[in-house]
Design a protein around this ligand. Structure first.
Ligand SMILES: Nc1ncnc2c1ncn2[C@@H]1O[C@H](COP(=O)(O)OP(=O)(O)OP(=O)(O)O)[C@@H](O)[C@H]1O
Ligand SMILES: [Mg+2]
Length: 599
């Protein structure tokens, strides 16, 4: 059993909520697929029955035919045995398939549910939760559940049925011998519990180390560029070697416990067999020694002796599995607690029941807005802004002033603490998010491209746009000339995060998205930074083209790009310290003039 790798908060060994509660919620997930569970359960009973029947058939063959020296019906019995064995295998296979089907179907639902939930979590939550941990919910935690399904919680029921029935059969054969053989059961339980307890902490340790190693690996791979630039390969490798060794160490520890348990189980099994053979054997001899009349009173037949050995051996397997399944079950409970606590995490407030329509001309107003990512430390304070339809307002200011924050509030990635933001007459909170985000288009500071073709990435602006529309948007922005340089043209694959494109290329694609999306209000966040003079020229034209007739809020560090704005705000620590057009601000001789002089 390989425990799934988890994230840094995997330390909990026991779920805090009662297992019954978690099981109840898991059942809600499984319920739609319960018919597979029932099928599996029926097959399980068939399987247990066939396993119980086999030693009995051999016993009959021994006592009634071989010892009694009668071959009447002997071959029929052998054929029956074969049939029962075949039924056992078939039932086993069907049972496992059905169970796996129930598990996989349920986990598919659960994974999707987690994903849909992640999409609706507020930015505020995502800001403080490491990505790796969230990814772990939908992957490794769900895998822990899968292990529970495939190792078969339902199978446990079958094992219990088998054990109880086997003990009943043994008792019917010989009460004293049954009691004697079962003497080892408490020893077995004690050994198993003791070893499992230690093995569990070894598994816990292994899981933590694995998660540590995965975290290291993730960080080192995603930061490979910096590792290489700073010549940190050796340090990085030795750090990795260390966590790798840690994993090996814990892995070996778990193997030590597992092998101990498996050896102990076998030893106890052999001990029981020896006990039965010794005592049961003497009972058989006793029976063989006396004459046939008194035989029934005491002693044992050969067949019964065989049945005892066989049943006892068959009982050790499920006994051993029970303890293993308990560990799997515990892990699954911890994982399901994590999954459900994520699912319980408050999502963004729902869209209003009776949303206003975003069909005005595109006037944007901030009214005495105060907001802080941490409410105690406001980033914007009493911020007022009124942008008329079609007007272009530029925002400049030092890093950390709150420029990007203005856009995040406008698109409702965050909600204001006090004050209000209006798009035309509606408070943004009175609009459906989808409508708001269609009306306000943002080109962000770092453009995010997804795995796919260039065409797909532009189409993100309006998913229902035809190829022709996408191409004409690209052409309008001179993107054509850039794209033609790629061997695949518009079908060129974009690597993860757009790694194979330059910053300027990515920005052009982002503008093409906007041109396609046709938002009423355009918000550009440093959208024309870090590119060469020629691309800048292209971008400037692209910007002008996209801004045409739209309300625009443009954030810029380089003043050259915003000279023509209708109005320029200088933002410092969340407050507007100067505003006016380029000429007015220069004449003012304040912050803006100083910035301009420095460029
Ligand atoms: N998600 C966040 N969680 C917590 N604090 C944040 C978050 N984003 C930004 N901040 C903080 O809020 C303040 C304003 O950030 P903002 O991104 O608006 O600055 P900016 O003016 O856009 O800066 P830059 O010119 O560097 O882009 C900064 O002090 C920043 O540290
Ligand atoms: Mg910013």
């Amino acid at each position: 059993m390989t425990p799934p790798a988890g994230s840094s908060d995997d330390r909990a060994t026991r779920p805090e909520r009662p297992a019954s509660h978690l099981l109840g919620r898991l059942w809600d997930v499984v319920r739609p697929h319960q018919r597979w569970i029932w099928i599996s359960f029926v097959l399980l009973l068939v399987n247990a029955g066939t396993r119980l029947l086999q030693p009995w058939l051999v016993k009959t063959a021994l006592d009634d035919h071989l010892v009694a020296d009668s071959l009447d019906g002997f071959f029929g019995l052998a054929a029956l045995f074969l049939g029962v064995a075949a039924a056992e295998w078939a039932a086993r296979r069907g049972q496992l398939l059905a169970l796996e089907r129930a598990g996989q179907d349920s986990l598919l639902d659960l994974r999707l549910k987690v994903f849909r939930h992640l999409q609706r979590l507020p930015m505020r939550y995502l800001d403080r939760t490491p990505t790796g941990r969230l990814v772990g919910r939908a992957t490794t935690d769900v895998e822990s559940l899968q292990e529970m399904f495939s190792s078969g919680l339902v199978t446990v029921l079958g094992d219990l049925v088998f054990l109880v029935a086997a003990v009943a059969i043994l008792l019917s054969l010989s009460v004293p011998l049954t009691l004697a053989s079962l003497l080892v059961v408490p020893v077995f339980v004690w050994v198993t519990v003791a070893v499992r307890k230690r093995a569990r902490s070894a598994y816990q340790e292994l899981r933590n180390r694995l998660s540590q190693m995965n975290a290291d690996l993730h960080e080192q791979v995603s930061g490979m560029e910096i590792v290489q630039l700073f010549g940190q390969e050796d340090q990085s490798a030795s750090r990795f070697a260390e966590s790798n060794r840690g994993v090996l160490k814990s892995q070996l520890a778990t193997v030590r416990w597992e092998s101990l348990l498996s050896a102990a189980t076998e030893m106890l099994g052999s001990f029981t067999t020896a006990l039965i053979l010794y005592w049961g054997g003497s009972l058989v001899l006793e029976r063989l020694g006396v004459d046939a009349e008194t035989a029934a009173a005491g002693g044992l037949t050969i067949g019964t002796l065989y049945a005892f050995v066989d049943y006892m051996q068959r009982m050790f397997v499920p006994l051993n599995d029970l303890s293993l399944r308990y560990t799997v079950f515990q892990n699954a409970m911890v994982a399901s607690e994590r999954i459900f606590s994520l699912l319980d995490e408050q999502t963004e407030p729902a869209d209003p029941e009776d949303p206003k329509r975003a069909d005005g001309p595109g006037r944007v107003r901030f009214e005495r807005v105060t907001f802080g990512y941490d409410p105690r430390e406001p980033v914007l304070v009493d911020f007022d802004l009124d942008v008329a339809p079609g007007e272009t307002v530029a925002v400049v200011g030092p890093t950390g002033a709150g420029k990007t924050t203005i856009l995040s509030l406008l698109t409702r990635l965050y909600d204001v603490q006090t004050g209000a933001i209006r798009l035309d007459e509606a408070d943004v909170r009175e609009l459906r998010r989808a409508d708001l985000r269609r009306a306000v288009g943002v080109v962000t500071q770092d453009v995010f491209l997804f795995n796919g073709t260039i065409l797909d990435n532009i189409r993100l602006g309006r998913p229902d746009a035809s190829d022709e529309e996408v191409l004409s948007a690209a052409q309008a922005l001179h993107l054509d000339e850039v794209v033609r340089r790629f061997p695949g043209g518009y079908a060129e694959r974009v690597a993860e995060r757009g790694r194979n494109l330059s910053a300027g290329e990515k920005q052009l694609i982002a503008f093409a998205r906007m041109l396609l999306a046709e938002p009423k209000v355009l918000a550009l966040d440093e959208a024309t930074s870090n590119v060469d003079a020629h691309t800048e020229q292209l971008l400037q034209e692209a910007v002008a083209r996209v801004m045409q007739g739209r309300t625009s809020i443009v954030i810029a560090h380089r003043l050259s790009t915003i000279r023509d704005a209708d109005r320029i705000l200088v933002l410092e620590r969340g407050r507007i310290v100067e505003q006016g057009d380029h000429g007015e601000l220069l004449a003012l001789g304040g912050r803006y003039a100083a910035l301009d002089a420095r460029q």
